[in-house]
Write a protein of this length. Structure first.
Length: 173
């Protein structure tokens, strides 16, 4: 199971970016996101995406990050620009484990660096936590997220021109 822990979510400031972290987590192969700040709107929005596009992705908000990290039964990976190079870390992390991927919204406290099994650098330049999560999950899952079937009410059909959306009953929308 792959779980993403979003730390430092500020409702007024981070709602779009945290929503994007959740959407990337879902699409790129995570099973769940935990957000440390209670936010019913993000829960509602992500559950709506899952209802329409499918999948068993879980969203929980208002959970204490310290408790999650301390009680985690598996590997804790913290994404940061100060960690070990992504490719070196992924070789060490291994597969088929309970993985907790920590991404921050604001400055991450030192105890997270100390508690993590791996502090993973997705590049050494400032960039988005959304990008860091996408790159990490793509590398960790070896691109297999592209083949994942979500079995939703609607499915986007790849097309060079135009939008092709197929409904569950087989008709194009």
């Amino acid at each position: 199971m792959i779980t993403v822990l979003r730390m430092g979510h500020r409702i007024g400031r981070d709602k779009r970016i945290t929503t994007h972290v959740a959407l990337v987590a879902r699409a790129f192969g995570a099973d769940k996101i935990i957000i440390d700040t209670k936010d019913a709107n993000i829960e509602k929005n992500i559950k709506s995406v899952c209802k329409r596009f499918g999948g068993n992705f879980i969203v929980e908000t208002g959970i204490d990050y310290k408790k999650i990290i301390k009680q985690w039964n598996g590997t804790v990976v913290h994404l940061t620009m100060y960690g070990e190079e992504i490719d070196k870390s992924i070789k060490k992390i291994g597969k088929n484990k309970n993985l907790l991927i920590v991404v921050g919204a604001e400055k991450v406290p030192p105890n997270v660096y100390e508690s993590a099994d791996f502090n993973v650098s997705v590049g050494n330049q400032p960039h988005s936590e959304v990008a860091a999560l996408a790159v990490f999950l793509d590398h960790y899952n070896c691109g297999n997220w592209l083949k994942k079937k979500f079995d939703g009410k609607i499915e986007i059909i790849p097309s060079n021109r135009g939008k092709k959306v197929l409904s569950k009953n087989g008709s194009y929308i």
